[in-house]
Ligand binder design. Structure first.
Ligand SMILES: NC(=O)c1ccc[n+]([C@@H]2O[C@H](COP(=O)([O-])OP(=O)(O)OC[C@H]3O[C@@H](n4cnc5c(N)ncnc54)[C@H](OP(=O)(O)O)[C@@H]3O)[C@@H](O)[C@H]2O)c1
Length: 340
């Protein structure tokens, strides 16, 4: 067992810090104190991180509920980011199953820093042969995708499945996971991401700008929505009679307080009254799902769709590209040269 108070002699670390709510102009790369873990936690020396739309929501303070929860003018906890990979530096006295030196992937608040404090139930050991860069793409985005395809949609072989937002972080994993189940996958994305979405296993791609009307999309046994904010009754027009609609997100729907969460709630309230199955996914990071995904990467059954590997001094530009939905799949930011 490691004495956490003496786990690292370093007092300060480099971190990506948020000074208000807005675009990447509210971020800077600063020195911050190294965090001190509790007896139930581990301290991880972070090698790489990966921004996701949750990080962007926390940066912009949109939906407004984020500000109510985290701080009205700026977040009380200033270090940004959620998904990280690294090596365990210290293990709390009450932690079982992890040791100093383990390579782990996981999520925690304040992840975009040289050191992060993590809860053992939200990290998993990275198998030999899986790179830090690939593993960094999995926390949050791939976990959400797995929970949407497996638990929300319960995708089965032979079903027709439409993934809305197929070119994004969550969507790129959902497309692969649904195709791996033997479903006939259609991905919806902008034209520039069509070839990428096909490479993930989609048999067909719908360009939502060229084909905006659901009546022109065809009918699907399953629609998983992770992008566009269309109303429930509009999306249901493209479902088969007993089809399933899974709402993962939607930045543009709902009011400023809740945005997409509003539509998720309405889907669940409407579900008992209609023939369609309407459901929503609220991501729950957990070690078991991360281990499933890491094993799939190790077996070659899942591909980490890494669009960009940015160095630390390119971190804000990478977050900006994500915020403007220019990333195909995932961006990774390397905090250390050992990240690969
Ligand atoms: N429920 C949960 O627990 C949970 C967890 C994680 C994420 N989310 C939500 O899931 C959504 C996706 O997250 P993400 O991290 O994957 O974001 P992302 O990486 O930014 O991906 C979103 C993708 O949607 C595409 N898109 C935008 N408008 C579209 C439209 N009208 N139709 C189809 N595609 C469109 C974007 O690119 P193109 O326009 O170039 O195709 C982009 O590739 C977000 O709304 C996020 O809040 C929810």
């Amino acid at each position: 067992m490691t004495d956490l108070s003496s786990s690292t002699s370093i007092a300060t670390m480099t971190a990506i810090v948020q000074h208000g709510y807005g675009g990447t102009e509210v971020l800077s790369i600063d020195r911050m104190p190294v965090p001190t873990p509790r007896a139930t936690q581990v301290l991880v020396r972070v090698h790489a991180v990966s921004p996701d739309s949750g990080t962007v929501h926390l940066m912009t303070g949109d939906p407004f509920a984020v500000r109510l929860a985290l701080g009205l003018r700026r977040p009380r906890q200033p270090i940004v980011g959620l998904a990280f990979v690294g090596v365990i530096e210290a293990v709390g006295t009450e932690v079982r199953g992890f040791a100093v030196g383990d390579r782990v992937a996981g999520s925690a608040s304040a992840a975009f820093a040289e050191f992060v404090v993590a809860t053992p139930t939200k990290i998993a050991r990275i198998p030999d042969g899986v790179s830090m860069t690939d593993a960094a793409t999995l926390p949050i985005s791939a976990s959400t995708a797995l929970q949407a395809v497996r638990d929300g949609a319960r995708v089965r072989e032979g079903q027709s499945v439409l993934i809305i937002g197929a070119g994004g972080g969550v969507g790129s994993f959902m497309t692969q996971l649904a195709a791996a189940e033997g479903a006939h996958v259609t991905g919806m994305a902008s034209a520039g991401k069509a070839a990428f979405v096909r490479s993930l296993g989609a048999e067909r791609v719908i360009d939502y700008r060229a084909t905006p009307e659901p009546a022109d999309w065809g009918r699907f046994d399953v629609i998983i929505e992770a992008a566009d904010g269309r109303a429930l009754h509009v999306l249901r027009r493209a479902l088969t009679e007993r089809g399933t609609l899974v709402i993962v997100g939607a930045d543009k729907s709902g009011g400023p307080l809740l945005r997409g969460a509003d539509r998720q709630l309405r889907a669940m309230l409407l579900n008992p009254w209609v023939k369609h199955r309407l459901t929503a996914v609220m991501q729950r990071e957990n070690s078991d799902d991360l281990a499933v995904l890491l094993d799939m990467i190790a077996q070659g059954a899942l591909r980490a769709a890494v669009d960009e590997v940015a160095p630390l001094d390119g971190a804000l530009a990478a977050i900006d590209r994500l915020a403007h939905q220019r990333v195909s799949g995932k961006a990774v930011i390397e905090l250390s040269a050992e990240a690969r």
